[in-house]
Design a protein around this ligand. Structure first.
Ligand SMILES: [Zn+2]
Length: 385
């Protein structure tokens, strides 16, 4: 992180309203790229590149340095140069990364600076800071929906956080950045309306159908909200029982993440989004994340998927009785344990796989879950491995 941002953020108490406002309000303005840290400062749109593109960061040959060290001037034109250990993989992510960089033009003779987002002239003033805090308290709708609960993989929580701030790259957002969208700007799932965040994740017939179908597992019905922030804000109020609170929050994450996956399958692979398959994938993910993130569960994943509604409600009672039998045993110190499993629903021949990597303290380091095609339970188990 650049010296300036380190000095400012070091003074802030994490999680307070004023910290959040400062983080949102202080914007790195890149001139010639001499002060801003390329990977760690959120200089492009507030999200540091190493968080937004963790896999590219992992493969980058250079992991620190200022912006100007990641390219060079060719005459009057700035050319980016980010070297990876191996190339030609995950083309979509790499293209997103390049899009983002190409939209910035460096200014040769102007040093980097910091601007205050909430004043038109970019200068910080105590009165504007105070006004922000008041406005923030009036409309806490976004912040009251906390996504950092550890109920699902970190990448999913990061995605939700971005979604609530309108930073998910759907076609409408790309258009507003001036990025040309190939083909049309219609929603890939229904082919109708323009693809906005509110439409894709809530108002679209496909995604609203997914929410309704999942809520029906617990006999819950609801009218659709006006936008995604309102929907998230009211979600816990729809939870039918206090003992279901955790699975209910996990369900929200699973529906959003699975909708995004369905959308990307249509956009990048040209396949249609099979509603029933993705509905089953939500079910598998809820069971999987419920079992391995947060408090954990003693039931086999197959049983949990088959009987999701009952298992998740009764979880706490059962755990007290059965803990001594099936609880997870941590690996030795300095070792990691990778648990994988699969689930096969015979009724409709749908299958899912997942895995979770934990250290000796039981901290989840990474996890995956996905829907797969397989003929029987043994084949699914093999795929999981
Ligand atoms: Zn749609």
């Amino acid at each position: 992180m650049s010296f300036f941002m380190k000095a400012v953020t070091g003074l802030m108490k994490d999680g307070s309203i004023s910290t959040n406002i400062l983080k949102e309000g202080l914007k790195m303005v890149v001139g010639c790229g001499d002060k801003v840290a390329f990977w760690e400062d959120g200089w492009r749109d507030g999200i540091p590149l190493n968080i937004r593109f963790p896999r590219i960061f992992a493969l980058s040959m250079v992991k620190d340095g200022t912006v100007e060290q990641f390219g060079q001037w060719c005459g009057e034109e700035w050319r980016w140069k980010v070297c990876l250990r191996r190339g030609d993989w995950e083309k979509d992510i790499w293209e997103d990364f390049c899009y983002l960089l190409e939209s910035v033009s460096l200014k040769r003779c102007i040093s980097d600076s910091v601007a205050w987002n909430f004043c038109p002239n970019g200068l910080f003033s105590v009165s504007s800071f105070k006004r922000c805090i008041e406005e923030y308290r009036d409309g806490e709708d976004v912040e009251s929906v906390s996504v950092w609960k550890g109920f699902s993989p970190p990448k999913v929580e990061l995605f939700l956080w971005q979604l609530l701030r309108g930073r998910v790259m759907v076609r409408e957002v790309l258009g507003s950045f001036g990025v040309a969208v190939l083909g049309n700007s219609c929603c890939p799932l229904c082919g109708g309306m323009e693809e906005s965040v509110d439409h894709l994740f809530l108002l679209c017939a496909w995604s609203w159908g997914l929410w309704k179908a999942c809520m029906r597992w617990w006999n819950v019905q609801s009218c659709v909200s006006k936008n995604i922030k309102e929907w998230f804000g009211g979600w816990n109020g729809l939870c039918p029982k206090s003992s279901l609170k955790r699975v209910w929050e996990t369900l929200l994450n699973a529906v959003v993440w699975t909708t995004w996956e369905a959308r990307n399958q249509v956009v990048f692979q040209g396949k249609s989004a099979d509603f029933i398959a993705f509905l089953d994938l939500v079910r598998f993910r809820v069971a999987w994340w419920f079992k391995f993130h947060g408090k954990g569960s003693v039931d086999p994943i197959t049983v949990m998927v088959e009987n999701l509604e009952f298992n998740c409600v009764e979880q706490n009672k059962k755990k007290k009785r059965k803990r001594s039998h099936d609880s997870w045993i941590p690996p030795y110190n300095d070792s990691l344990k990778f648990n994988v499993d699969g689930s096969f629903i015979r009724r409709n021949e749908r299958a899912g796989i997942g895995g979770v990597l934990r250290d000796a303290k039981g901290v989840v380091l990474c996890s995956f879950s996905a829907g797969v095609e397989a003929a029987d339970a043994t084949a699914v188990e093999l795929l999981a491995i």
